[in-house]
Design a protein around this ligand. Structure first.
Ligand code: FEO
Ligand code: CA
Ligand code: CA
Length: 658
């Protein structure tokens, strides 16, 4: 999602925002040169055969038992193959209202917003131009595919070959373009025009969808009639678990208070667990509330301020008091900003907000199983100058699941510190340790988790350029994180975030000490600095691979790094997806980057997963025509643009990316 502080999503009154108003040739500060110099010096040291001089590497990779688990151990390649990994001919930047993929590939829209969940369900009816509140009703939207497809996973339903032809596609529906939702056209809306049904419809278009899908014999896919098809919305009953469940900060006056929240929204990226569940992550929840004046405590004010609560950008507060914050009832915003676990195979299951993973503008939660069986969740908090996090389960996940415990309820949440010398540390957010004490105003672990950002501030974590998706290369253990951009005047400069302003973003990556993902130290470098290429604005990509605002991210089983963009692109091109071949940490070699897909006018490209055989790829195009100008996917002669999944296959039936 485009950051709400940059671009309100609910109305296009913000047309005054124009990405091109940002400086096109930002001057790099002396500080940038200095920090790059320091990082390059480190690379030189490492290339100079002085590995043993770096104590960290000596102990982690040579002297300790953890060396057994280092990347490269157990038959895993320390350096994945980078030649021949990308077999397609890259395409040029896109400017049209069509999806373009390389020669030899095809891309077909699938399950657009408004598709009925069942064959007998309500058909999609677009709004009538300039007639506000027309189109499908809220009750109908509750039985249809949501808007603004985002993070997504494919859970196979069949065995062997069928596992790649039949499954559950679980899709986040991040937010809404209210003008398309309620009028079908790019029409101005004001808060006064809202009705209860319009708010209910918006809430129903948000959330998550579980869709049973199957490949036809000729390779196209269809949505199946299924009892598993399900919508989870901003009004679905949920529960809290973990250390913050029952916290006074989660009490609002509703029944079973502190434990039974209602709904999820602004579901951006995602995760999935080895025990077969889906994780949906609540990102810009702060913008859905109206904060009324009143006698708030200093602590309440500080909390809302730190999370930027307020704005009522979707006008829900006009009709639904739950989204009106008052001094007498200040805590509803605290019930959002969590990672929510959903069992897609149990349609009547209640989603659970896992508080142990912290409260922030959660972008995603990539789950990696460490060699000792503990699960590790890598997470970004997407706002300027926010942090990267990881969670490590208390015990091996199988042990915990067998004991009836959730591996996501008990463990340690850490926040990242990226030192200028390329080392890094995970700082524990544990009540009673360091500054996180009662004397310093943190009542207990639940309090630390509800106020995750403030706890991370106290620990001195590294401020980053909007942490977005994380992904682990499961072959090598390398962890990647997209840092999308940061043009704020408040931007903090450090070695991991060297450019100010930073309109293009970068991808940072790291190796945990000894390859042990439960470790509290790591070594990092910058995989690439995005931008126009050829060194312009400090970018480290080639000119023909120009891109900006990296956001969606996934490393496929062969180590291809899939990069999706959401935001400003060089030469004002459409958003896109690229693939990169990995390089070893601290390698001076530039990765091979190739543009694989270009999206339509006004869309972001987000969500990426393949079937297990890697021969079908699903991606999402979100908010086509958000500033007008698009009618994609036009699959039914309708002029209203609709977010949708895109199914990509190779014409010869081969692996995607080869
Ligand atoms: Fe929903 Fe940070 O993108
Ligand atoms: Ca983004
Ligand atoms: Ca995103």
């Amino acid at each position: 999602m485009t950051e709400l502080t940059d671009r309100p999503a609910a109305a296009h009154a913000d047309a005054a925002f124009d990405a091109d108003d940002l400086p096109s040739s930002p001057a790099t500060t002396p500080h940038f040169a200095e920090v790059v110099q320091s990082r390059m010096s480190r690379r030189t040291v490492l290339q100079g055969g002085m590995l043993a001089a770096a104590g960290f590497l000596t102990t982690s990779l040579v002297d300790t038992p953890a060396a057994q688990a280092a990347p490269g151990a157990k038959g895993r390649p320390a350096v994945p193959p980078s030649t021949g990994l990308l077999g397609f001919t890259p395409i040029p930047p896109g400017y049209g209202d069509e999806v373009v993929v390389p020669e030899g590939y095809s891309a077909v829209p699938f399950i657009p917003w408004g598709t009925p969940l069942q064959p007998s369900g309500p058909r999609f009816v677009p709004g009538t131009p300039d007639l506000i509140g027309t189109g499908n009703t809220a009750a109908e939207q509750e039985q249809q595919v949501g808007m603004h497809h985002d993070g997504m996973h494919f859970f196979p339903l069949g065995e062997r070959k069928q596992a790649s032809r039949h499954g559950l596609l679980v899709v986040n529906h991040e937010y809404t373009d209210e003008y398309y939702l309620h009028t079908g056209t790019f029409t101005e809306l004001t808060p006064e025009q809202y009705t209860p049904d319009m708010v209910r419809k918006s809430q129903a278009a948000h959330g998550v969808g579980v869709y049973e899908v199957r490949a036809n014999r000729h390779g196209s896919w269809r949505l199946m009639p299924s009892k598993l098809n399900r919508r989870i919305t901003a009004n679905t009953p949920m529960t809290f678990s973990g250390p913050a469940a029952g916290s006074p900060l989660l009490v609002t006056g509703a029944p079973a208070d502190g434990t039974n929240p209602v709904g999820t929204m602004n579901n951006c990226a995602h995760g999935y667990t080895p025990w077969g569940t889906y994780l949906t992550c609540e990102e810009n929840f702060n913008g859905y509330f109206r904060v009324d004046a009143g006698a708030y405590t200093a602590s309440q004010q500080a909390l809302n301020s730190r999370y930027g609560v307020g704005g009522d950008r979707f006008n829900w507060a006009t009709q639904d008091d739950r989204f009106v914050v008052t001094a007498a009832r200040p805590n509803e915003p605290n019930r959002f900003g969590w990672v929510v676990e959903i069992d897609p195979f149990a349609a009547s299951s209640t989603p659970v907000k896992r508080t142990a993973l912290g409260r922030m503008k959660h972008e995603g939660a990539y789950i990696h199983v460490a060699d000792n069986g503990h699960v590790v969740a890598y997470m970004g908090d997407d706002q300027v100058n926010e942090y990267a996090y990881k969670f490590v389960s208390a015990r091996p996940w199988r042990t915990m699941v067998l004991a009836g415990q959730s591996p996501l309820d008990e463990g340690t949440l850490y926040v990242g510190r990226f030192n200028d010398d390329g080392s890094g540390a995970w700082l524990p957010l544990v009540h009673g340790t360091g500054p996180l004490t009662t004397a310093n105003g943190f009542a207990d672990q639940g309090d630390v988790l509800v106020r995750t950002r403030q706890a991370a501030d106290a620990l001195g974590a590294t401020r980053m350029d909007r942490p977005e998706w994380t992904a682990v290369d499961e072959r090598t253990g390398m962890v990647y994180l997209t840092l999308t951009n940061n043009t704020s005047s408040s931007k903090v400069v450090n070695a991991a975030n060297p450019r100010k302003p930073n309109p293009w973003g970068q991808i940072i990556r790291w190796e945990e000490r000894g390859g042990d993902h439960t470790s509290t130290s790591f070594q990092w470098d910058l995989f690439l600095l995005a931008g126009p290429g050829g060194g312009a604005d400090g970018s480290t990509v080639d000119t023909e691979d120009a891109f900006g605002s990296p956001d969606g991210l996934w490393v496929d089983p062969d180590s291809r790094v899939w990069i999706q963009t959401d935001g400003r692109q060089p030469a004002a091109a459409n958003n896109q997806m690229l693939a990169a071949a990995p390089t070893p940490l601290t390698s001076p070699a530039r990765p091979d980057v190739r543009r694989f897909l270009t999206g339509v006018i006004g869309c972001e490209v987000t969500g990426v997963i393949t079937t297990p055989d890697q021969r079908t790829m699903f991606i999402n195009l979100q908010h086509p025509g958000e500033d007008g100008g698009s009618t994609w996917p036009q699959d039914d002669g309708l002029a209203t643009p609709r977010s949708a999944t895109v199914v990509i296959v190779k014409d010869d039936g081969g692996v995607i990316g080869t």
